[in-house]
Design a protein around this ligand. Sequence first.
Ligand SMILES: Cc1cc2nc3c(=O)[nH]c(=O)nc-3n(C[C@H](O)[C@H](O)[C@H](O)COP(=O)(O)O)c2cc1C
Length: 155
Amino acid sequence: MSKTLIVYYSFSNTTKNLAEDIAIITGGDIRELVPERAYSFSYNGATKEVRNEIERGCCPKLLSGNEPISNYENIFIGTPNWFKSFAPPILSFLRNVDLNGKTIIPFCTHGGGGFGQIEINISKECPNSKLLPGFAVTSDFDDKQVQDWIDKIGI
Ligand SMILES: Cc1cc2nc3c(=O)[nH]c(=O)nc-3n(C[C@H](O)[C@H](O)[C@H](O)COP(=O)(O)O)c2cc1C
């Protein structure tokens, strides 16, 4: 089994595309976090609801993604930037698996806000993990940028 796992949540597939690139480049296994209740931004107030969830530190139940990670050393964790932080399914993952001693590499896609608080908020959840420099891009990233970052961090 590969020692690298790429875990991600994606609402509209941009982060998913990036996660798939990372999996191809590193040869790692890929795992999507699927919340039991899918998010919807199609009605008024939905984004406000999500913002509240994030501010309250809500951990939605996951249909899949929380399986043990004991076989992996390097865990890439990817999310869209939602209101300057990670999407709630990421918090569910961080709180449900044992990240002690793991190497964590954050990545995100965003609409202009970069990582925001994402890296800081991930590091708060896993004080006994080693964090490597992450990668934040808008949807127009290309494979070479991803490759250059992976080369730089040496995974
Ligand atoms: C609810 C919501 C909140 C967002 N908040 C931000 C934000 O604060 N800053 C930002 O740069 N982009 C924000 N975005 C844009 C997304 O981060 C961006 O479109 C991202 O690439 C989407 O990734 P996905 O396709 O994997 O879901 C937000 C998008 C949504 C749906």
